[in-house]
Design a protein around this ligand. Structure first.
Ligand code: NDP
Length: 284
């Protein structure tokens, strides 16, 4: 058989990017399926993003992930944006179809897949509260709305950001969306079915921090979710579990958003268990 020393390339573009753990799970996936692919972690300064995307095209890369601060800036540099990514207003995954680069957003889809596969929950018709109105909250609320969620309430510290997300959700997805300014302890009412921390509160190294939320009036079958993947169990998740509530950590979301990207790039079913194991080891 003729030798083949060529690698297919994918990667992540960000600034800063050195602590982004995605390479760990994607490389584990390539190894598990014995694919000659490489995932590169590439530092790209904001002003260099147009050149970097030209580089993606010139090198024939199969796709890339975008992280801070490129998720919005990349939009005009692509040939097509998926309808969901356009509704969210940000792209975290680019894939190639021939010479065309297509932008997608897998964060909210990863969250939903995690919710369905790890907790067996369907968000359709549910009353959902989301803490935060940043990029993760945007992706999650759009996908929840498209999945038929009932009422969606966004609690956010900055009124401007929270109101903008609420307005976009109503206009773009017809969601029953509401905004509440988050200025003091938020007491979770018994009407809420699912509570999601989509802020960065509790993210490593601030592992003692947790959202200012009172769970004493919550219904006993409330599902408490966190998007923070590192540490894999935040103080918020541990507190909710200690109260006997059902929980979903940020790790499944990270694994499944990566799995969806892997499947878009390679056309193969992602080895999710190997990807999860690799991340758990990296965060240990
Ligand atoms: P952004 O910077 O876009 O948004 C951060 C959000 O957190 C804002 O709503 C901000 O409120 C809020 N926030 C931050 N600190 C505080 C605080 N002390 N008190 C109240 N609110 C606060 O970040 P992202 O949305 O991109 O990321 C958020 C989290 O999601 C991160 O921890 C990230 O790791 C995680 N994430 C996880 C993924 C996964 O796959 N598991 C994927 C993507 C992100 P305000 O608007 O008032 O500033």
């Amino acid at each position: 058989m003729a030798a083949n020393y060529k690698f297919e390339l994918v990667g992540v573009l960000g600034f800063p990017v050195a602590e982004n753990p995605t390479c760990v799970m994607q490389e584990a996936a390539f190894a598990a399926l014995n694919l000659p692919w490489r995932y590169l972690t590439i530092e790209v300064r904001p002003a260099s993003l147009p050149d970097a995307i030209r580089g993606v095209r010139a090198l024939g890369m199969k796709g890339v992930n975008l992280t801070i601060p490129h998720k919005v800036a990349v939009l005009p540099l692509l040939d097509e944006i998926s309808p969901d990514a356009a509704m969210i207003g940000a792209v975290n995954t680019v894939w190639r179809e021939g010479d065309r680069l297509i932008g997608e957003n897998t964060d909210g889809k990863g969250f939903l897949r995690g919710m369905r596969e790890e907790s067996g929950i369907d968000p359709a018709g549910k009353n959902i509260c989301v803490l935060g109105a940043g990029g993760a909250a945007r992706a999650i609320t759009v996908e929840l709305a498209l999945a038929g969620a009932g009422r969606i309430t966004i609690w956010n510290r900055s009124g401007e950001r929270g109101e903008a997300l609420c307005r976009d959700l109503k206009q773009r997805t017809k969601a029953d969306a509401h905004f509440e300014p988050w200025r003091r302890t938020y007491s979770v009412s018994p009407e809420v079915d699912i509570l999601v921390n989509a802020t960065s509160i509790g993210l490593f190294p601030e592992i003692e921090a947790m959202p200012d939320v009172d769970l004493k009036n919550a219904r006993p079958d409330l599902i408490v979710c966190d998007v923070v993947p590192n540490p894999p169990e935040t103080r918020f998740i541990k507190t909710a579990r200690a109260l006997g509530l059902k929980t979903l950590t940020g790790l499944p979301m990270l694994v499944y958003q990566g799995a969806i990207g892997f499947e878009m790039w390679t056309g193969r079913k992602a080895p999710e268990a190997a990807m999860k194991r690799a991340l758990e080891e990296a965060f240990r």
